[in-house]
Each structure stands twice: as C-alpha cells, then as structure tokens.
Design a protein around this ligand. Structure first.
Ligand SMILES: Nc1ncnc2c1ncn2[C@@H]1O[C@H](COP(=O)(O)OP(=O)(O)OP(=O)(O)O)[C@@H](O)[C@H]1O
Length: 305
C-alpha cells in the first residue's frame, strides 16, 4: 500500500523573464513503512517537494497524496498526520529544550507524557539539558530536539529535509540509526540529503537533479546497474592526470574522488588500455586500481547521460 504518491508535479518560481523550474514533472510512490531517500545536490528541488507534500506550498500542476489524502483538498487532515523537520533549524532558539517540546505537543493538542514512549530513545539523549535554551545546543543536539518535536504528535509519515547537513560524522551515523528504529515502528520516512553515502541507509532512493528523477531504485540495484568498467587512478600531479584523462577517447568520464580520480571507460575499454595511455604520458608515481562504483559514481554517470 502507498503512503505517498506524487504524480506529474511541476513547480516553477519567478515570472516568464526569469523562470526557475524547481520540479519538472516529478512522479513516484513511497510504500507504507518505507525509508525513502531523496538524494540530490543543492537546488535539486528537495525542499520544494517536501513543502508541497506537507501542504505548505502549492504545485503549479500535478497531484500528490499523503496517506490517501490530497495535498490541496485535505491539507488540514494531512497537517495532523505528518511530521516535518525543515532543513533550516525550525525550533524556538529562546525557548528551552523542554519548552520547545511542550510547545509542539500543545499545538497538536497532546502532551509529552502521552507520547513519551515514541520519542524516549531520542529525547533521553538531550533530556539532561532540558533547561538549556535551544539556541545554545550543539548541531547534533538541535537535530535530536527537532526530530523529537516532529514526532510528538505520533505522525504516520515523517518528512526530514536535509536533517544531517552540517552535523558531524558521529551524529550523522547516530541519526540514521534512530531513523531505522523509527521505521521499525511502522512510520513511513522520506528523508532528503545531499550526501550520496547516506543512500545505502535507505530502502529505496530517488536520485534527483534539477527537479527531475535520474534514477529510482534500491541503492544496491542502482549500483548494480552501473554497467561500465571503472578505475581509481592517481599520480604525482593530479591536475595533469585529470587533464590527460579527459583527452583520451576511450574514457567516458573522469572526475576527482577523494585521493583518486575515478575513470569510467567507454564500452570495451579496460585496464590495459588505460595503463598504456597513461604510461605514454609519463606520469610519475602512477597507480591504477579497479574501482568499485558507489552511488556517487552512478549519479555522475546519470548526470552525464
Ligand atoms: N522562493 C523561491 N523563489 C525563486 N526561486 C526559488 C525559490 N525557492 C526555491 N527556488 C529555486 O528552485 C530551485 C529548487 O530549490 P529547492 O530549495 O527546492 O532545492 P533543494 O534541493 O532543497 O536545494 P537547497 O538545499 O539549496 O535548498 C533552486 O534553483 C532554487 O534557487
């Protein structure tokens, strides 16, 4: 059964002279209880999509439903049923941790005590600081408080817009573990992120660029469908190496990735051909290893296509 359904959504900003298409005929479904990732760089359209699905923004055309409710006609019912954690910090900086949580509980006509079991796992980590002003919390603690506030009315669908942006690596990992535990309670979770490495934590992901879906599948299936030879290459002069790679006919794509350049070969191209070419360019300290494609490599390839 579907929890979220998006059909041909188009959203533009500006006027005829300066028009930006944020969402370009977007369609997809998310099943009940799924942990679904929307992965794309800044400006891909993630926030616009979340604002439409949480009834805070109207699309130009297309339809969308959340738990079978229409985002335009049934906006009041949707607001009661979903939890939304916006990308930018949404809490009241001058209120304490406890006051923020009480505030969100009150506007949903409930209490912290009534729903404590759902947020306990997350909130207990910041409860020792319950009298501290939200503005004085660390990034990871703010994120936990924002998630607790988004959960306080027991939503069945949770929308998290870039919850891990600007958060340290340990807090990011902890956050994804919390999401997995929420998923086990049957909550449908849509989470957007610009970090490609977070794709592997999702049941399915949509790779989004300029308001269009480039690919939508399980992370494993996206990587499995890469279908090209890829190598990780490095040498003493990385800039010369990249420039040389870009002149080679047998190379489909070459780009920096960590301490290596990733090189995607055109069909039929292999390590011998690459080695032969780079040796002829006399690169010092040349190293070529077989690469294992990641979601990021798939994204680069899809963007190029
Ligand atoms: N109110 C607005 N007026 C004009 N253009 C806008 C407005 N809001 C968003 N845009 C543009 O629409 C496109 C999609 O923006 P959106 O914020 O939805 O993407 P995003 O993936 O969430 O990126 P970011 O993480 O940078 O917010 C961008 O080109 C953005 O500049």
């Amino acid at each position: 059964m579907q929890s979220v359904s998006v059909q041909h959504i188009i959203k533009t900003y500006g006027d005829k002279k300066q028009k930006t298409t944020a969402l370009n005929d977007l369609s997809f479904d998310v099943a009940k209880g799924e942990l679904f990732g929307i992965i794309g760089p800044d400006g891909a359209g993630k926030t616009s999509l979340f604002r439409i699905l949480t009834t805070l923004l109207l699309a130009d055309s297309g339809t969308a439903t959340v738990e079978g409710l229409d985002v335009v006609k049934d906006y009041k019912a949707i607001r009661k049923q979903v939890g939304y954690m916006p990308g930018r910090f949404s809490l009241y900086q001058d209120l304490s941790v406890k006051e923020n949580l009480d505030f969100f509980a009150t506007i949903f006509n409930t209490s912290v005590e009534e729903n404590y079991d759902l947020i306990k796992d997350i909130y207990s980590q910041i409860e020792p600081f319950k009298d501290r002003k939200a503005g004085k919390l660390s990034g990871g603690m703010k994120q936990k408080l924002a998630l607790s506030c988004a959960l306080i009315h027991r939503p069945t669908v949770l929308f998290l817009d870039e919850p891990t942006t600007g958060v340290d690596a340990v807090s990011r990992k902890e956050f994804w573990e919390m999401l997995k535990r929420l998923k086990e309670q049957g909550i449908t979770i849509l989470v957007s992120t610009p970090y490609m490495d977070e794709a592997s934590m999702c049941d399915r992901v949509a790779l989004v660029q300029s308001g269009s879906i480039l690919s939508i599948d399980t992370p494993q299936q996206i990587v499995a469908s890469f279908g090209r030879s890829m190598f990780a290459v490095r040498a003493k002069n990385m800039l010369h190496l990249l420039n040389d790679l870009k002149t080679f006919d047998a190379v489909a794509n070459a780009y920096p990735s960590g301490i290596y350049h990733h090189v995607v070969m055109k069909n039929g191209g292999g390590a011998d051909l690459l080695h032969q070419f780079l040796s002829s360019k006399r690169h010092a300290e040349l190293e070529i290893v077989q690469g294992k494609p990641t979601i990021e490599d798939c994204f680069m390839q899809l963007m190029r296509n």
